[in-house]
Design a binder for this molecule. Structure first.
Ligand code: GLN
Length: 173
């Protein structure tokens, strides 16, 4: 699997994949996407990540990679990118930093008790399109969504010790 490594929390995703015994490489150039089975867009700052994608000439290649149907996990800032007009992989409307400074970072559990949720200046999913499936909620709000091959999380699954989400998405060959 590849982990987009331009900016943000990519190292924790590489570690999470390796804990799940899934091979992981950092991606900084378009040609490094060749031959990969899947991709992680990590958290960080979505505006910085988007401008680096443009400056390094990666935006078209990353966009194409997702469209080819490879499994993609997009977390936090990565989710914001996946929902942006530039990639448009997920038909959701996302509000950045929606929980405000008082609750900048916090830990919770999904309503179904399946996922431990680490939120860091998390975005909020305000609208979910008809082709989008909500996989998990917190206080009734979508926190894990899927459209085809792309899964988006408002939280940070790479920061919990069990890499269950990485294993689920990327584990089966
Ligand atoms: N606040 C960040 C953004 O808007 C996302 C936060 C994160 O990825 N932890 O890009």
């Amino acid at each position: 699997m590849g982990v987009l490594a331009l900016q943000g929390g990519f190292a924790a995703h590489v570690a999470a994949l390796r804990r799940a015994r899934i091979g992981a490489v950092e991606v900084r150039r378009a040609n490094e996407l060749e031959g990969l089975r899947g991709l992680v867009l990590p958290g960080g700052e979505s505006t910085a990540m988007l401008s680096l994608l443009r400056r390094r000439g990666l935006l078209a290649a990353v966009s194409e990679f997702g469209r080819q149907g490879h499994p993609v996990l997009a977390t936090c800032a990565g989710l914001i990118l996946a929902a942006s007009p530039e990639l448009a992989w997920l038909d959701v409307t996302v509000r950045r930093n929606a929980y405000g400074s008082q609750r900048a970072s916090f830990v919770a559990q999904s309503d179904d008790g399946v996922h431990d949720l680490v939120f860091i200046r998390a975005p909020r999913v305000d609208r979910v399109g008809s082709r989008v499936e909500v996989l998990a909620r917190w206080h009734g709000e979508p926190v894990l969504v899927q459209q085809g091959n792309v899964i988006g999380a408002t939280f940070h699954p790479e920061l919990v010790s069990a890499s269950q989400l990485h294993a689920k998405i990327f584990g089966a060959a």
